[in-house]
Design a protein around this ligand. Structure first.
Ligand code: SF4
Length: 471
């Protein structure tokens, strides 16, 4: 995560562990998915009789300890790391959301953002159904709590109705009394994978890298529009709403996902190296050294350096522990901006012509201060290279950039952006170069770069601020 930049999508995890406590692997899954959200964390579990829940504000290690993990009893559990796409940090928006239904408890953990949440919420309110939070996840929860007909498993019938009504991005794990369900929207915007746990049982997680931390071997990706029901006996896949064009978020490759995650068969680290290599071919620079913005752009910078035949060096050191705290910096500290997070290494930078590689520029608040940091450490020239195309269009599918005006590349042309950030030169990777690096021209959402949205989107009216998207 970069200061003032784009924030991560949420992380979800679930497990069914016959004979063992499921909340424990889910805790470790959330730990591995911490990069996808740091505002709140929570776990809900079921022992077949009752449901249990604990959630709080902050990182997983701040929210959980042995004393509050132990009471989360049962062989079924789901969990969530939250980064809200809009709205303030509030405990009532922390997930999972848990309600009692006519079929017993139902808990929901959601990664994504419904593009028609307002219309669905209005419809439910008019039907007399109340809401206790501002999150679009509660819209999902209330829809799932309503009885539906049409399948021998009543939850599959309800999920079918949800998939028929909900538009947008939703990778979900659901907890019921007897089973957990892992499902992906018909476009497959956000990733979701299933793995087999050592010692028995099954796990689901936003990213394959989390499965290893949970003690699971990756088994398969949840297909867009399908539901995986997991209980003590095993799993069963239900195709509920196939047939939409696939639209995996390309930003998962560029920035969000962990480098060791595999998405649609492609390792994210390898894709990032190729993004950097494509950028070096398209936008070479007369320079002495290549520096990446840590940690998110390190692989891109390595790829750039390899393809350009230039040395790669760590010119910026990141304070990995700054994260999100509840202690606000005072005004004087806030002015130091990126200095809280990055320190330049003078021995690498002094008197050098530096290529600074970043994965993306969204709002443009970070690049300028980083260029200044490099110059203060003695860099003679700073050539900024961005390993993705200009972000000119907002995302309505779960990322923290919902208006055109927030996006620097929407407001300014290339030369004006270069002047704004104070670099000697600036170049972005082309759209074609990005797709070459990812390795496919189809099956991706690239709307924030291209403006071509895979579904109809309705920009939020400013007065309608009650709904909170779940990164
Ligand atoms: S608009 Fe951009 S960030 Fe949003 S889902 Fe599509 S590719 Fe991802």
């Amino acid at each position: 995560m970069r200061l003032g930049g784009m924030h991560e999508a949420c992380g979800v995890a679930g497990a069914v562990t016959p004979g063992r406590q499921a909340a424990r692997p889910v805790f470790f899954g959330l730990f591995a998915l911490q990069h996808r959200g740091q505002e709140a964390a929570g776990i809900a579990s079921s022992d077949g009789r009752a449901a249990y829940i604990h959630k709080g504000l902050g990182r997983v290690a701040q929210v959980f300890d042995e004393d509050n993990l132990r009471p989360l009893a049962g062989e079924l559990a789901i969990g969530h790391n939250r980064y809200s796409t809009t709205g303030a940090t509030q405990l009532r928006n922390a997930q999972p959301h848990l309600v009692e239904t006519v079929l017993g408890p139902l808990a929901v953990a959601h990664n994504g953002n419904l593009t028609n949440a307002r219309a669905l919420r209005r419809e439910l309110l008019e039907a007399g159904i109340g809401f206790s939070s501002g999150s679009d996840t509660e819209v999902i929860l209330r829809l799932l709590a309503l009885p539906a007909e049409g399948s021998e498993d009543p939850w599959i019938a309800r999920i079918g109705r949800l998939m028929a009504r909900a538009e947008g991005a939703y990778a979900l794990v659901l907890l019921t009394r007897e089973a957990i369900y892992a499902l992906r929207d018909p476009w497959g915007f956000r990733p979701l994978v299933v793995g087999e746990l050592e010692g028995g049982g099954w796990a689901a997680a936003s990213e394959s890298s989390a499965l290893a931390t949970m003690g699971a071997r990756p088994a398969f990706e949840v297909e867009p529009g399908s539901v995986v029901r997991i209980d003590r006996e095993g799993y069963r896949v239900h195709e509920v709403a196939a047939g939409r064009p696939r639209a995996l978020c390309v930003f998962e490759y560029v920035y969000f996902a962990r480098p060791d995650t595999v998405l649609a068969g492609r390792e994210v680290h390898a894709v990032r190296r190729r993004l950097g290599a494509e950028l070096a071919r398209e936008a070479p620079a007369d320079a002495d050294v290549v520096v990446g913005v840590p940690d998110s752009a390190t692989a891109h910078a390595l790829g750039y350096a390899e393809a350009a035949g230039l040395p790669f060096a760590e010119g910026l050191i990141k304070n990995r522990y700054i994260g999100r705290t509840f202690i606000e910096p005072d005004d004087a500290l806030r002015k130091t901006g990126v200095r809280l997070k990055y320190t330049p290494l003078a021995s690498v930078l002094a008197d050098r012509r530096v290529v600074l590689v970043d994965d993306s520029i969204v709002r443009g608040n970070t690049a300028g201060p980083l260029v200044r940091l490099l110059r203060e450490a003695g860099a003679r020239e700073v050539h900024l290279r961005v390993a993705s195309p200009p972000v000119r269009h907002p995302c309505f599918m779960g990322l923290d950039m919902a208006t055109h005006d927030e996006l620097i590349a929407h407001r300014l042309e290339l030369e004006a952006i270069r002047a704004h950030v104070g670099a000697d030169s600036l170049a972005y990777l082309s759209h074609a170069g990005m797709l070459r690096a990812v390795g496919t021209r189809t099956g991706l959402c690239d709307a924030c770069f291209s403006g071509r949205y895979p579904l109809a989107v309705e920009p939020a009216a400013p007065e309608e601020d009650a709904l909170v998207g779940e990164g």
